[in-house]
Design a protein around this ligand. Structure first.
Ligand code: PEP
Ligand code: MG
Length: 623
């Protein structure tokens, strides 16, 4: 699951920090177009062959915009935010250039230092700040005007070193472009114009950006940032777009139009691929299609072990566009409906009617299959503009440890009330369960239940017919605290869904979407497995339903271990269901239990990985 994020070979022309070939570079444009192979984290399987579409390319000049005096402070704030974002990006680029050839490093390092200086209290920033007020213009207009004025002054200097002057002027314009891009940053909303079959590259893609991608147009995605189980990765898997994240050196090497082969299974990006790489990729594409056709045949077969134990295989849903895929995959319902999609890419909050319509559509599409709806889980990387304003603490210094999930909902109970009411109003359309995210103490479930029952009473008074008893209210177990207190939380909750993505992140203190520490993110770490085991046993002792709905559940190699730990319900990306079913149908529960006992005796994650791979290979050989 992990990959060495270093570049294997990097044969590229030195570029500006934005990835454009530098003027006067000895390598010039595209050079000899030798194949360049970069490695990253494989997050969404499949092969893509296409041309690079580089979103890191600076936009054409942002349109000039005037403002009123009342808007000056807000524009200055926007400028300050864009400066901070640019500074962070340049600092990151600086840590990344180590993967480039020495020659390129020597060229880029002083350039990035110059950029960093220009983003401190420089003439450019001071001048732009001033212009916002004196010229009453928007931040991007002020930046562009100030940069042009500085560049013109540099070029008018009397100096024989004309190349040097030109270079300095270029640097000012370059940093102005970065600031402008950060100020006008809506590039992904314009992605409808992306050429058909392109491979999209970017420094970073947020989950909200990813939700806007059209899998029918985009053949593949690669980014510098990101980790295997971050929400962006989850979204890309959900859309079925072959993707490689955490691909260091990418934006400094690839450029728009470059031919590319992206392998989302191996985690590689080959730029200017050789004829041999292309031929191999075409062969893999065909093999992938054959495998998919084979797996599709499993759709109607039950998920039952060789000794007759039934296992529930459900789908996770992040956006309604996935519904047809869920039907094709033969899922037994939705085990995790992440409702964040309803709140993304909009400036206001969805009201009760809008939510009723969205949930009703999903329940109707599921045609009587159970659906577990998780109430809003606002987290650090899930950027919800409409909420950021109302709750400034959300953005705080450490959002993952801040007002996330149920904590935020209890702070803003009106959000929870609207969501509960909308879910209750559609509950007659099919079996529904409601799930609370990021629970850490039993009192959170208790308080949420009080609100839930209050909302139900209000709806009944209004004449709404609600199921009796009300749909079950469950808790995500996704922090070590919740896992270790699972027996106490079990007394308040009706069911558990174990979220191994956050559980691994919080247990190992590793950001699941951070490429730099991706090598440490390991759901097979014994600490994570012990917490899964502990919370599963707490639920089973009370005969309470428990499922695993983190990305672990969708890895067929981990199915024997999870079954061996007592789990009988798994919820995963729809496209993972056929392989998980294949695994279930080849397993014997007693074997799984023995195997799990052996794994749980280990303390070394590498040894556990070895055991898991060995068990899976044994199964393949027997199949
Ligand atoms: C998890 O944390 O494992 C989970 C399923 O929730 P999410 O990925 O949406 O945070
Ligand atoms: Mg989670």
């Amino acid at each position: 699951m992990k990959a060495d994020p270093d570049a294997e070979t990097v044969v590229s022309a030195p570029r500006g920090a934005d990835g454009r070939a530098r003027a006067g570079s000895p390598h010039g444009r595209r050079g000899a177009a030798r194949e360049t192979r970069l490695k990253g984290i494989p997050v969404s399987p499949g092969i893509a062959i296409g041309a690079i579409f580089d979103t890191t390319e600076a936009p054409a000049e942002a349109p000039r915009r005037s403002i009123t005096a009342a808007e000056v402070e807000a524009e200055r704030q926007r400028l300050a935010e864009a400066v901070a974002a640019s500074r962070k990006q340049v600092a990151k680029l600086k840590t990344r250039i180590g993967v480039l050839p020495e020659e390129a490093q020597e060229e880029l390092s002083p350039l990035l230092d110059a950029y960093a200086m220009m983003l401190a209290n420089s003439r450019l920033i001071r001048g732009a700040r001033k212009r916002i007020e004196s010229d009453l213009v928007a931040a991007e207009t002020a930046v562009q005007d100030e940069a042009e004025s500085i560049a013109a002054a540099i070029l008018a200097t009397r100096d024989d070193d004309k190349t040097g002057l030109l270079r300095r002027a270029q640097e000012v314009r370059e940093i102005a472009r970065r600031l402008t891009r950060n100020l006008t940053a809506l590039p992904f909303r314009a992605l409808k114009d992306i050429p058909q079959g392109a491979i999209l590259i970017a420094e970073e893609l947020t989950p909200a950006d990813a939700a806007l991608l059209n899998p029918a147009r985009i053949a593949g995605v690669a980014t510098e940032e990101g980790g295997a189980d971050g929400h962006t990765a989850i979204m890309l898997r959900a859309l079925g777009i072959p993707s490689v994240l955490g691909c260091h050196g990418l934006t400094g090497t690839a450029r728009r139009g470059d031919p590319c082969v992206l392998d989302g299974t191996a985690g590689t990006v080959a730029l200017n691929p050789s004829p041999a790489t292309l031929a191999a990729a075409r062969e893999s594409l065909a093999a992938f299609a054959r495998e998919r056709a084979k797996l599709a045949k499993l759709r109607r077969l039950p998920a039952v072990t060789t000794d007759g134990e039934e296992v529930e295989l459900q789908a996770n849903l992040e956006i309604p566009a996935e519904l047809p895929l869920i039907a094709q995959a033969g899922a037994q319902g939705i085990g995790l409906l992440r409702t964040e999609f309803l709140f993304m890419n909009r400036e206001d909050l969805p009201d009760e009617e809008a939510q009723v319509a969205a949930y009703a559509e999903i329940l109707e599409a599921m045609d009587g299959e159970p659906v577990t709806i998780r109430v809003l889980d606002w987290g650090g990387e899930k950027d919800i503009e409409a909420l950021a304003e109302g709750i400034p603490a959300l953005g705080g210094p450490n959002p993952a440890l801040g007002l996330r999930g149920v904590r935020m909902l209890l702070k803003r109970p009106e959000l929870l009330e609207v969501q509960f009411a909308a879910i209750l109003r559609v509950a007659a359309k099919g079996p529904v369960r409601i799930l609370l995210p990021m629970v850490t103490i039993p009192a959170e479930v208790k308080q949420a239940r009080e609100i839930y029952e209050r909302v139900a009473r209000r709806l009944r008074r209004r004449g709404e017919r609600l199921p009796d008893p009300l749909p079950p209210l469950g808790a995500m177990i996704e922090t070590p605290g919740a896992a270790l207190a699972a027996d106490a939380i079990a007394l308040e909750a009706d069911f558990f869904a174990i979220g191994t993505n956050d559980l691994a992140m919080y247990t190992l203190a590793v950001d699941r979407s951070e490429a730099e520490v991706a090598h440490l993110y390991d759901p097979l770490h014994p600490a994570v497995l012990r917490l899964v085991q502990f919370s599963t046993e707490a639920a089973l002792r009370l005969r309470m339903p428990v499922s695993v709905c983190g990305e672990m559940a969708g890895n067929p190699r981990l199915v024997p271990l999870l079954l061996g730990l007592g789990i009988r319900s798994l919820s995963m990306n729809a496209s993972a269901i056929p392989r998980a079913k294949q695994a279930v149908r080849s397993l014997d529960i007693a074997d799984c239990a023995r195997f799990a006992r052996r794994v749980m005796e280990q303390s070394d994650p590498a040894r556990i990985q070895e055991l898991v791979m060995g068990f899976a290979e044994g199964l393949t050989e027997r199949a």
